[in-house]
Write a protein that binds this ligand. Sequence first.
Ligand SMILES: Nc1ncnc2c1ncn2[C@@H]1O[C@H](COP(=O)(O)OP(=O)(O)O)[C@@H](O)[C@H]1O
Ligand SMILES: [Mg+2]
Length: 338
Amino acid sequence: MPTTFKSRNAPPKASAMVEALRGLGYNTQTALADIIDNSISAGASEVRVEFVWAETESRIICLDNGIGMSAAGLDIAMRLGERNPLEERSKSDLGRFGLGLKTASFSQCRRLTVSTVGNDGMQSLRWDLDYLANSPDGGWHLLEGSHPGSEKLLEPLSDAGKGTLVLWEDLDRIITPGSTVQDFLNLADKVEQHLGMVFHRYLEGSRPRLRIFLNGQPIKPWDPFLTDHPGKPYNPPAFKHPSIQGIEAECHVLPHKDMLSPDDFERMGGPEGWTAQQGFYVYRNERLLLAGSWLGLGTGRSWTKDEAHRLARIRIDIPNSADADWKIDIRKSTARPP
Ligand SMILES: Nc1ncnc2c1ncn2[C@@H]1O[C@H](COP(=O)(O)OP(=O)(O)O)[C@@H](O)[C@H]1O
Ligand SMILES: [Mg+2]
């Protein structure tokens, strides 16, 4: 028998808790990548992301063709703190904390609707931060169906007949006073670049496992290692960890500028440019967590990114069973070597 202490139930106030969770430090790119992780875990082969500009009514939609959820599954998926992060996950599961769908979405919007077609036909639930803020009881009011007037936005899912649609409305962190359609499209470009990088191993090949479309255009993979490029000094072997399965490293030296076309040189610099993109590329279940970092290594003075090493890029693969050792964070954008 565990000792029992005198206690009181102390649940957080929903509106305050949710507002606090908005500040976890996602940006639109990392938030959408977290939404797409769920699509991949659900076996989707196609994800369609739409940026729809309509001034303050602008919205972002993510539709996948995965297995969808049952009515009970959707109810659990929408709750915060429902799945224990300590629970063992299937090898292909990209999730961990049971929070991403909610925290990533709340970081960008005030109204999240998730609609899914699984075993129970079409089901929709939504969180509305204004509704929570205006509920004096501080309760966790999970709303049913879509926001009045937004029913039409779920039609792409009912037409597809299978999968899950995540709808972000009231994009208060994206559409701020003075935002223009051009700002919105520039953001869509950044998202395209980020997703092409994070999921490049899923998007590669003549018959890719996954296709992601952004406003109807297929997203191209960005391979940090320029695999098989004739200008590469050598193609490195993969080193496997002697005892732990699924841990692998591969040390690449990219071709010198003289060996690349001007276009390739520009593109291969990556989102942050050549010097910033050097270092380790850490993948968890083939999904990129960190794009170019020396991971705080080095005794005394930690290694810095310098010109001399700008062609060095090292691939590291870790399995999701190593999450605790590598201190994967909720946003899946940091990792620390054990
Ligand atoms: N697109 C989707 N298709 C099917 N199931 C989903 C989808 N998105 C979320 N889910 C379900 O919701 C759960 C919670 O998602 P999330 O909050 O991102 O946490 P995590 O991915 O860490 O489990 C997932 O474990 C999954 O069961
Ligand atoms: Mg997730």
